[in-house]
Ligand binder design. Sequence first.
Ligand code: DX5
Ligand code: ZN
Length: 213
Amino acid sequence: MLVAPSILSADFGYLARDVEAICEGGCDLVHVDVMDGHFVPNLTIGPVVVEAVAQAATKPLDIHLMVENNSFFVDLFAPLKPGFISFHIEEEKHPHRLIQKIRALGIKPAIVLNPHTSPEAIEFLLEDLDMVLLMSVNPGFGGQKFIPSVIEKAKRLKKLINERNPKCLIEVDGGVNDENLKLLEEAGVDVVVAGSFVYKHPKGVKEAIASLK
Ligand code: DX5
Ligand code: ZN
């Protein structure tokens, strides 16, 4: 299992230290939640802060956009050379065009599905994607409860992926811990995002990442 800790649960007063800790602790990606206060009822960080994250990180950034006007935000973050940029299908009129734009910038494109969105909604985009991110909470906040229907959704998505683009990864984000991880793995999930589980683990981030892996 690949592990992408979400820095949303880091101590922002010591952000560089907390980014270094997950990278040294063996994470695979650094998950960065960008919220604009419009698409979701929360506001997080922009390119100035994400640049500091990129400087501290020794693993690729996994930028999760929760914004209106995706294309504008892709332009803002592209100079930081993230590994992935993911955007919500619910907020994009021209997802195919945006995927091509992200790829042309040398970044791996990913699409995010909210809890209510069926995997069939992106069936004809799968061959152009490197990853699909399934939300297992409503986007906007860390520390929420895992929504179990994502397991069935991941299984359905895995079938579509096997038919259309077996290299495409499945990532799950929200409420992930060492208890629901097994079910996610069995459903075909490749990458888990974990915020509070990693940063609030009593034995520290390294131990938390190891237990997910
Ligand atoms: C929620 C974010 C998540 C969040 C996960 O909108 O997309 O990445 O930080 O946090 P936990 O793991 O605490 O649910
Ligand atoms: Zn996220």
